[in-house]
Write a protein that binds this ligand. Structure first.
Ligand SMILES: NC(=O)c1ccc[n+]([C@@H]2O[C@H](COP(=O)([O-])OP(=O)(O)OC[C@H]3O[C@@H](n4cnc5c(N)ncnc54)[C@H](OP(=O)(O)O)[C@@H]3O)[C@@H](O)[C@H]2O)c1
Length: 296
């Protein structure tokens, strides 16, 4: 099978390693071409100049791009440059709003390209080791082909019916999964601002249900960690959740707050850092306030 990856960022590059280990014939496209070239050389994968050209030359293209805007851009570029659609399927594994997923489906299907909505749970390690959890929404006639491709990189596949159901479940999961570092950031900011040693949080929570959650994030937040999922992408996911709720006329208290927390830290220079590192931004805020108070 010939499989293309569109978007060679943290996820796309690790997915490429996985697919290469399965001996699929691999093709790559990245907006910033040079970022895909070294990987292409190493894995023996051809790098294409446009997503349309890539889609024409593969059986399935998997998109791992940032957000609504990126998905729309590559869908339009694919649809406009395509000369023959063949039986290629376009698998969107990016996390976007349900409305953006439906729009990508409309754009691509207007040119005869089968659209598969398949966001994933799991991160770069799971992508590299071909054990992502895939949520799948697709027209029934494309189900077998989509499943065949997803099996290459997923340890579990859940079929949820037609788009955008899979995207809604993905957003609902991330609403829970990405919340803790933001809550930790506020708790540590509180301790620091009142001159309480941060370690007390760990000591007092020992043996309670909070301890394993704190342990999971402590070093990743306060030490150095390579980016698996970025601060900017966490802010983007909460924006998607807020938009999806507001489009249904519902309040979005948590997602709006958490998107602001992540995006504020992202805009201060931490945007490409691993998302638990937002803790450092809020600790720094507390420290700056402490210095100001002492100076008064
Ligand atoms: N990392 C994770 O753990 C994880 C897990 C599950 C789902 N996801 C989702 O998967 C997607 C990719 O995540 P990632 O961590 O790989 O992100 P990333 O490292 O930031 O990579 C983003 C990719 O999107 C491309 N891109 C951005 N804007 C574009 C545009 N306007 N047109 C075309 N391409 C564009 C970038 O190209 P350039 O190199 O040119 O900037 C890059 O290849 C996101 O939707 C994310 O939420 C991530």
């Amino acid at each position: 099978m010939r499989v293309g990856i569109i978007g060679i960022g943290n996820m796309g590059s690790n997915l490429a390693e996985c697919l290469s280990s399965k001996n699929v014939e691999l093709a790559l496209y990245n907006r910033t071409r040079h970022k895909a070239e070294e990987l292409g050389r190493r894995l023996g994968a051809r790098v294409y100049d446009s997503p349309g050209e890539l889609v024409e030359n593969v059986d399935a293209a998997i998109a791992f791009v940032t957000d609504d805007h990126a998905l729309k851009t590559i869908s339009l570029e694919t649809a406009s440059k395509l000369e023959r659609a063949g039986s290629t399927v376009f698998i969107n594994a990016s996390t976007v709003t349900p409305t953006a997923s439906l729009e990508a489906m409309r754009i691509l299907e207007s040119r005869g390209i089968g659209y598969v909505e398949a966001p994933v749970f799991g991160s770069t390690d799971e992508a590299r080791e071909c054990r992502l959890i895939s949520m799948l929404s697709v027209r029934h006639d494309l189900l077998d082909k989509a499943t065949q491709v997803l099996k290459l990189y997923s340890s579990r596949i859940y079929y949820l019916g037609e788009p955008p159901k899979a995207m809604v479940v993905k957003l609902a999961l991330n609403n829970i999964a990405l919340a803790f570092p933001a809550i930790l950031a506020e708790s540590l900011m509180l301790l620091s601002s009142w001159d309480v040693e941060l370690e007390w949080l760990r000591k007092v929570s020992a043996g309670t249900w909070i301890e394993p959650v704190l342990t999971r994030y402590w070093d990743r937040a306060l030490g150095e960690s390579s980016p698996r999922f970025t601060v900017n992408n966490a802010g983007k996911d909460y924006s998607c959740i807020g938009i999806a709720l507001r489009e249904k006329g519902l309040p979005s208290f948590i997602s709006e707050t958490l998107s602001s927390m992540y995006l504020l830290a992202g805009n201060s220079g931490l945007g490409r850092k691993d998302y638990p590192q937002i803790v450092k931004f809020y600790l720094e805020l507390a420290m700056k306030k402490n210095v100001e108070e002492t100076a008064k």
